[in-house]
Design a protein around this ligand. Sequence first.
Ligand SMILES: [Zn+2]
Length: 292
Amino acid sequence: MPIQVPLRKGSEDPYVTIAQHQLIALGYGLPRFGADGVLGDETLSAYGVFLVSQGLHAPTDERPKSITPGGAAALDMAFKALDQDRSEADIIDERANHPHAGRSVDTPFRLWSKITAVVLHQTATNLGERPERWHSVPIHFCITRAGKVIQLYDLTEVCNHANGLNLRSVGIEIDGWYAGIEGVPKTLWQPKHLPTPRQPMDLPTVQAEATKATVQLIVNIVAANGGMVTHIHPHRQSSEDRQSDPGSLIWQTVGLWAQDTLGLSDGGGAFAVGNGRTIPEAWDLRYTGNRY
Ligand SMILES: [Zn+2]
């Protein structure tokens, strides 16, 4: 059982954060406070709705005053079933099919507790649907334009995908070339020597949904292993060169969604690592005056 004694309102037991992530993963949202580690009314209400869904609580009962060991065990079981569904149904697992050359030489592995963030990228090319074409990409997950999810590395491997964010993050590459700012074609990165310049791609709904599901999956897997993902970043925040990475369309579709729905943070309007760039106002209206 995840806990041995009931946890009452106000508890800051480490299990509270796990329960909150599990509730969010199961669709019992915590829109106001998210996974804040404190057992408050919002969490107890969501937990109560979960208990009703399991037949462990009557709809007319008042909000639970505590999380009981039995309720926690039911929550854990529901969460693990969800995790199994996702990982067995949707992921093309290529982890055993390539030499893992994209792993950090200095720090190839890390503890689950060190994983706190997801980083979103655009490939700025078109690698396509064949999993073997992705083997040399040094990143954990890849999302094809048809919405396939390919896993290349374990989450506890440190991959060279995001400069100063590598140690703490799990990376997702989204296939395609996207404008840095939608509607401003000159913000699309152009490879040299192309006979005709590229036009920015759209983001297919299946690809966007697969990316969101992958962010959720990463949050779930890390939580199931005792860690906690708290942040989501664009690669731009850790690299001066990757100004357009992943671009406003992907950021607004997935990055802002993850903040609103999963309670993740982008680090704020002043956040950048190393020679990275802050999130521009063109991507997020909260950051007035942040230049592209
Ligand atoms: Zn990138």
